[in-house]
Design a binder for this molecule. Structure first.
Ligand code: ADP
Ligand code: MG
Ligand code: ZN
Length: 477
């Protein structure tokens, strides 16, 4: 029997605000434990939360970018549970009336496009962090993260493979980072994903029983965990068993998922509207303002690059992988007026340099102006493409402009007809044997003459011009 996986993802993204969602404490990562805390995020009695407007703005940006319907009124609720990293005994989240619903994102898998529905996007606060001492039987709590703003993005169960899940997550990640509302750092937990997965016979329309997978901290691990879970559930079903509804933890070292807790008992959070917070009403004019402030999103940019710069979709994909890289390419394309050449130099040379040095584009020593200048020099015949390959290495190492390097090294190409003609006639004169063979029909010797001219000019002759002049002058002898 053939089984089909059904997957729905819950993504938590930490918003890049300077302060927490309900108090003025800093959200900075990695500070001395408990140094970014106050009575509000410590859950002291008698304090009142005050909503951070920036959090709402960022959440709205994501909602707009994923085509959600924005609820004019939404509410905060208390999600009650006890855990040492949650001093209040409840997490403030949105439940019955979330900020946004019914969105979608487009993904590409195997060259095909597919739309994944977004059920809801809501705002909530993060909990603190427990640190377990390796050497002592003790655990510590760090509440710096308590109250840091998150959005939760819940997908519809529209995903059908681990690969689609990966493509969906990368797309969400890309949008968040492009809009600069989340740093996307998965290791620091700024972008986390819980995966819900069930299997059903291929012809079946009803969903099977799902498990929820946690504890994956990279795209690769999410895909591995899903692949493992697909196999595990298939094995259970094929052997006449039934999948237990439970939360399972991914064990990276073993490459398996293990049950963490049954879902049923953990589920009753006794949500109720938080009486300390008024309903949130999104002002229409403000929403319009936010809409106007949205940057061009990666998918749109990709399409525009293909259309306006006539570069292949593959190139456009690579060049728009980050906003900074896209800006860099675009600056070079515009300054040089040669988008295809700009794309080649950025994709082949610049990305290789950066990759070898583990550097980011913002730290690239070659400024867009310099690369554009190089392209212009090649185009004008001042240097050959081959020379340019040496020049760009020097540009990367020294940060100097191509003009300065060419002058310093005396690399200027000989593109002057009179000079070249002189060289060519002396080459022809010095090789009477090859000349007579050539004139007798041995066409292959043309390359020999080109080589001799290049040698005589130490590779500085403009090859195109050498070709042209040689043809003419050989024909005339
Ligand atoms: P919970 O509150 O328990 O996390 P939700 O109803 O919010 O449950 O669903 C969470 C996620 O699980 C959503 O992304 C949804 O698409 C997905 N999901 C729901 N049912 C299934 C199923 N049978 N198989 C796979 N995923 C599912
Ligand atoms: Mg869940
Ligand atoms: Zn605080």
């Amino acid at each position: 029997m053939e089984y089909e996986p059904v997957i729905g993802l819950e993504v938590h993204a930490q918003l890049l605000t300077a302060s927490k969602i309900f108090c003025g404490c800093s959200t900075e990562f990695g500070a001395i434990p408990n140094s970014h805390t106050c009575p509000v995020c410590l859950g002291m009695p008698g304090v009142l939360p005050v909503l951070n407007k920036k959090v709402v703005e960022y959440a709205l940006k994501m909602a707009l970018a994923t085509h959600c319907t924005i609820n004019e009124t939404s509410n905060f609720a208390r999600k009650n549970y006890f855990y040492p990293d949650l001093p209040k005994g409840y997490q403030i989240s949105q439940y019955a009336q979330p900020l946004a619903e019914h969105g979608k994102v487009e993904i590409e898998v195997n060259g095909g496009k597919k739309v994944i529905g977004i059920t809801r996007i809501h705002m909530e606060e993060d909990a603190g962090k427990l640190i377990h001492d390796e050497y002592n039987p003790a655990s510590y709590v760090d509440l710096n993260r308590a109250g840091v703003p998150l959005i939760e993005i819940v997908s519809e169960p529209d995903i059908r493979s681990a690969e689609e899940a990966g493509a969906y997550l990368k797309r969400l990640h890309e949008i968040l980072v492009y809009m600069e509302i989340c740093d996307g750092n998965m290791e620091e937990g700024s972008f986390r994903c819980d995966a819900n997965i069930s299997l059903r016979p291929k012809w079946e329309t009803a969903f099977g029983t799902r498990t929820e997978l946690k504890n994956m901290n990279s795209f690769r691990n999410i895909q591995r965990a899903l692949e493992y879970e697909i196999k595990r559930q298939r094995y259970v079903l094929e052997n006449g068993g039934s999948v237990a509804q439970e939360t399972r933890l991914w064990d990276d070292a073993q490459g398996v998922t293990n049950p963490m807790r049954g879902k049923e008992e953990a589920h009753d959070y006794r949500y109720f509207p938080d009486p300390d917070l008024v309903s949130l009403t999104v002002d229409e004019l403000w929403l319009e303002e936010i809409k106007r402030s949205l940057p061009e999103l990666p998918l749109k940019k990709r399409e525009r690059f293909v259309r306006d710069y006539q570069i292949p979709a593959y190139d456009a994909g690579v060049l728009t992988s980050s906003r900074a890289l896209a800006d860099y390419f675009e600056a070079v394309a515009k300054l040089s007026g040669k988008p295809k050449a700009a794309s080649n130099w950025v994709m082949v040379d610049i990305l290789k340099f950066l990759n070898d040095d583990k550097r980011e584009i913002k730290d690239c020593p070659i400024l867009p102006e310099s690369l554009a200048q190089l392209i212009t020099l090649i185009d004008a015949g001042a240097i050959s493409g081959k020379m340019a390959k040496d020049v760009i290495v020097e540009m990367y190492e020294t940060g100097k402009s191509p003009k300065a390097i060419i002058e310093e090294k005396g690399m200027v190409q000989i593109a002057d007809e009179e000079t070249l003609k002189k060289v060519i006639s002396s080459v022809i004169g010095a090789n009477p044997q090859q000349l007579s063979q050539f004139l007798a029909g041995k066409d292959k010797l043309f390359g020999y003459f080109v080589g001799q001219v290049m040698k005589a000019t130490q590779g500085k002759a403009n090859p195109q011009l050498v070709n042209e002049l040689l043809k003419k002058m050989l024909a005339e002898t």
